[in-house]
Structure formats: structure tokens, C-alpha cells
Design a protein around this ligand. Structure first.
Ligand SMILES: Nc1ncnc2c1ncn2[C@@H]1O[C@H](COP(=O)(O)OP(=O)(O)OP(=O)(O)O)[C@@H](O)[C@H]1O
Ligand SMILES: [Mg+2]
Length: 269
């Protein structure tokens, strides 16, 4: 049975509005089988709540530099609003969904990213999949807020793409879809041309050369981590595209597919 991890980008989430074609499609596919897990972002909503409390964030390499107040807002928004809203929507579609955080059961054990250069942003040391598999065994779709917990018990803000890539690898997922607000990885941030397929090496080169910037950086590194972790298919595509998930599951082209190596090419380790 297929294991599918979906990263639902904050950039494409439909706020409080009832119409959410992406979650509707996810729910209808989940009814047909497979084990599904959703990892969600919430960048826009976090920024909106930070603004309400008179605070702003700076970003570096696509990561939100996270001070004490920002961490509190990140946790409140992701665990208190976004995760619950997604679980509610799935439940309304008849899917049993449970909104949890990477803190629960120490699912995501983290340490400071780059020795604290980003404040309370964490990098994942270990993924403990027990809670996720327990939920799967009971027929639930886990909805995961990307927060982590340190060996010291502290909370860490983890980029949702990075969390999704590592969770997908740890679960032995067959498919990881990073659903976002662009139709795929483009030749540059302001280009109109979507690249249908990238090898991991090409994806890393896009970061080095500055062709992928901001929020695309953690997506490409996440794709690389997932593939290294054994995930067969990783797709970066628009969550606005009707029927996206069905297309991807049927092996049709959609957005940008990240592959380990191009078919037929010789792998130089
Ligand atoms: N080469 C590129 N191709 C496509 N998009 C790019 C590229 N380089 C940078 N980007 C940017 O990456 C953004 C997507 O990442 P972003 O973090 O904003 O959204 P998200 O991950 O879906 O939301 P969240 O972080 O809230 O979960 C795009 O809107 C685009 O501006
Ligand atoms: Mg992002």
C-alpha cells in the first residue's frame, strides 16, 4: 500500500474559507486507499499574526530567523490554527484526521540550525515515526505541524519542507509532494518556464547559482533528503492545480519531478 507524504504550503492554504480544492482532492484520494500524512507550513499566516503584535521577521536562505516572540507565534499559529483547520477540513470530508506537532511523542528531535545562527530554528536530528505509524494503524491521517523538540526539551521552529522531506524518508514513503504557490521549479524565481525534471545534483546547483532563492531553497534540499532517504518520487507543484494529486499518483507529468539521477545516465558517486 502506498505511503504518501504531502507538504501543504502556507502559500496555497485557503485561510478560513470553506472552499479548498486541494484538501478536497486529498480527502477523496485518501478514501480510495494508501497511508497519507500531511505536513503543513503557514508562513503567510505567521507573518500576519506577527504583524498584529507589531513584530516582523527576517529570512535567510528561506528560513525565518526565529526569536522568542516569533517562536511563540509560530507555535500558536501552526499548532493552534493551521493544523486544526486542516484536520477539520479533512474530517468534514469524512477522513479521520489528527493534528499533531513534531513535539508530540518527540517525533522531531532537533538541535539549533547552524549553531543558532537562525535563533530557534531547528535542524532535525532524529525522526521518531511511532506516533505517525500508530495513527496510520488506527486509520487516521496525521496532520503534522513542523515544530521540534531538543534533547534539552526546548522547542524548535523547523521549516515545513525540510520536516516533510525527513518525515517522508523516515516513513519509507513512496511519494512526497511539495504543494506550493508556483507551478514548479522555474529557471529562476521570476522566470515563467517550469523545469519538468531535475536531478538532485541539478537542484543543488540551482541553489548555488542563485536560480532558486527564498522558499525554494528548503524545498530543493528537502527533495534531496527525501530521495537520499529512499523516497521514489518527489514532486514540487502548485497546490492550485485542480487534480494535481491524482495526476502525480498516476505518474503523469506535473510541476517539477526531482530524481536521483537522469534515466540512462551513469551515476558517479
Ligand atoms: N527557481 C524558482 N522557481 C520557483 N519558485 C521560486 C524559485 N526561486 C524562489 N522561488 C520562490 O519560492 C516560493 C515558494 O516558497 P514559499 O516558502 O514562499 O511557499 P510555501 O513553502 O508553499 O509556503 P510555507 O513556507 O508557508 O509553507 C515561490 O512563491 C517563489 O517566489
Ligand atoms: Mg516555504
Amino acid at each position: 500500500m502506498d505511503k504518501i507524504v504531502i507538504k501543504y504550503g502556507g502559500s496555497v492554504q485557503k485561510g478560513g474559507s470553506a472552499a479548498d480544492g486541494f484538501l478536497d482532492e486529498l480527502a477523496s484520494l485518501a478514501h480510495t486507499g494508501g497511508s497519507w500524512a500531511v505536513v503543513h507550513g503557514g508562513g503567510a499566516e505567521i507573518s500576519e499574526w506577527l504583524k498584529r503584535v507589531g513584530h516582523t521577521s527576517e529570512f535567510k536562505n528561506g528560513q525565518r530567523i526565529t526569536d522568542d516572540l516569533t517562536l511563540a507565534v509560530v507555535e500558536m499559529v501552526l499548532c493552534g490554527r493551521v493544523g486544526k483547520r486542516i484536520a477539520r477540513h479533512l474530517a468534514a470530508c469524512g477522513v479521520r484526521a489528527a493534528s499533531v506537532s513534531g513535539e508530540d511523542d518527540r517525533m522531531l528531535v532537533a538541535r539549533p540550525l547552524d549553531r543558532g545562527e537562525y535563533g530557534h530554528v531547528g535542524e532535525i536530528e532524529t525522526v521518531n515515526t511511532g506516533l505517525l505509524t500508530a495513527l496510520w494503524e488506527q486509520g487516521y491521517v496525521p496532520v503534522v505541524a513542523p515544530l521540534g523538540v531538543g534533547a534539552d526539551g526546548r522547542v524548535y521552529n523547523i521549516n515545513a519542507d525540510v520536516a516533510a522531506g525527513q518525515i517522508a524518508g523516515a516513513l519509507g514513503a513512496d511519494l512526497l509532494v511539495l504543494a506550493t504557490d508556483v507551478t514548479g521549479v522555474k529557471e529562476s524565481a521570476d522566470s515563467a518556464t517550469v523545469i519538468p525534471e531535475l536531478t538532485v545534483a541539478e537542484a543543488m546547483a540551482m541553489i548555488r547559482t542563485g536560480c532558486a532563492v527564498g522558499g525554494m531553497i528548503p524545498k530543493l534540499t528537502s527533495a534531496a533528503v527525501a530521495i537520499a532517504g529512499g523516497v521514489r518520487t518527489v514532486v514540487i507543484a502548485s497546490g492550485e492545480e485542480p487534480g494535481l494529486l491524482a495526476r502525480v499518483m498516476q505518474g503523469q507529468s506535473a510541476g517539477t519531478r526531482i530524481v536521483g539521477n537522469r534515466e540512462g545516465s551513469v551515476h558517479h558517486a
